[in-house]
Design a protein around this ligand. Sequence first.
Ligand SMILES: [Zn+2]
Length: 220
Amino acid sequence: MGEIVTFRNGHRQYSYEDHSGERYGRLTVLKRIRVEGRQQYDWLCRCDCGNETVAQTGGLLRGSTRSCGCLAKDVGALRKTHGLTGSRTYISWRAMRARCLNPQDKDYPRYGGRDIKICERWGSFENFLADLGERPEGKSLDRIDCNGNYESGNVRWADDKTQSNNRRSSRYLTHDGKTLSIAEWAREAGIPTGTFWRRLKAGHSLEDSLRDKRRARVNS
Ligand SMILES: [Zn+2]
């Protein structure tokens, strides 16, 4: 959500949401501009490919405008060169869907079974590819917040080292008959996951590691 900017013009007061600095697909919003002949204001954006382009608010927010036009070209080229369904990226997409949606999948209990969801947009492989790009060699699909969903902003292509650092917070601990991940325990106690994790690694009990919120804040 951008900041709401309010201004006066004569006696009337106007307001708009400022999307400057936000990212939509490959686009980073630079500033709000008025294009001649348009009733509404639009947004000057820089695309990851280096081009500048003007995008309309609706297109950005709906997710239909995600590049200067280079994205559609890239996806088109990809489809021509390997055929989408044979690619590494397609294999990742299909595995993600199996983990979350197919109760027969071996990983389903840790994903779909824990209510990890896939955003509606990524029901389409082409959208998934458009948002994340092709999977680089040696990398795999990684959620930044292990308890979060598969959706834009929470997913990246990461190497195995990043993944194992991240996976620590999805380890499960049971206490008082309740089973939560490390990240969930930390959130519940109001302390940073890293702090909680360091205490556990230093040999403190789960109970001790969750206690003393104030000290946790000072340390973090
Ligand atoms: Zn571009």
